[in-house]
Design a protein around this ligand. Sequence first.
Ligand SMILES: [Zn+2]
Length: 298
Amino acid sequence: MPVPHQVRSIFSFFKSSVVLNVVIAGCVAIALVVFATPSRAMQAQVSPSSPQLGDTISVIVQAQGAAPTVTMGAKTYPTFDIGNNRYRALLPTTPLDRPGTLALKVNAGSGVQTLNVKLRNRSFPTQRIWLPPGKDGDGTDLEFDRVDAFKAIVSPQKFWNGKFARPNVGEVTTGYGLRRYYNGVFAKDYYHRGVDYAGNYGSAIVAPAAGRVMLIGRESEGFKIHGNCVGIDHGQGVESIFLHMSKINVKEGDLVRAGQTIGALGGTGAATGPHLHWGLYVQGQSIDPSPWRTQSVE
Ligand SMILES: [Zn+2]
């Protein structure tokens, strides 16, 4: 996969651009030229420059003063200080988004600048599933409420550092974004919100990046779909969830490092066989973890 290069858009605001005063007195002409210095400059950097459905869009804004925000569609995302007056927002895209031009509005101080980014279409594999009527495995309110609360976490600290590691040695059996037909009808709101690894039952599940354990769910407590699961907050709205585990080695509040074993692969919850489901979320949306594995998000 080609490494997307970064595109740089430079915006400069000038309080007054060029003031040219020409004073003519008699036959003496005096030209007074005042070049105003830039009073405030905002620079923004978007990567990848040509994102596709499922990619996480990073917007780095160079700005003075308060942390800028970035608006995409109806949602406004925070930025986080990454040093040297630079702030970064991470914007999720998913297979449910419409490809085309995204108008990203960078709100910094009194200025708003629009960055146009083209979101490319991407085709995902499809799968046809036939279920007997009334047999679609309902989950419990408890598990959905707990998982929703976990996905809503946006903590200011950044725990991850560099590329994400693979959480299990098993081969990937179902990739991110797979779409489904149920009984011949396209499920327009469904896409596979993660990556499945078909490792051996009991094989180690490791944290792909550092973070804080913020969710522990157990099948015995009502996690009928997710099964035994662990959620790790990597910080700044980036979260991992691991499903169908046979064993959990960590507890809520634990700080884990990249590569640390957090439990073992299993088949708890709604799983047809032993596998690990790893979902990576950015600002509550399931994004494609693959770019996070191959590129380092600063
Ligand atoms: Zn899965």
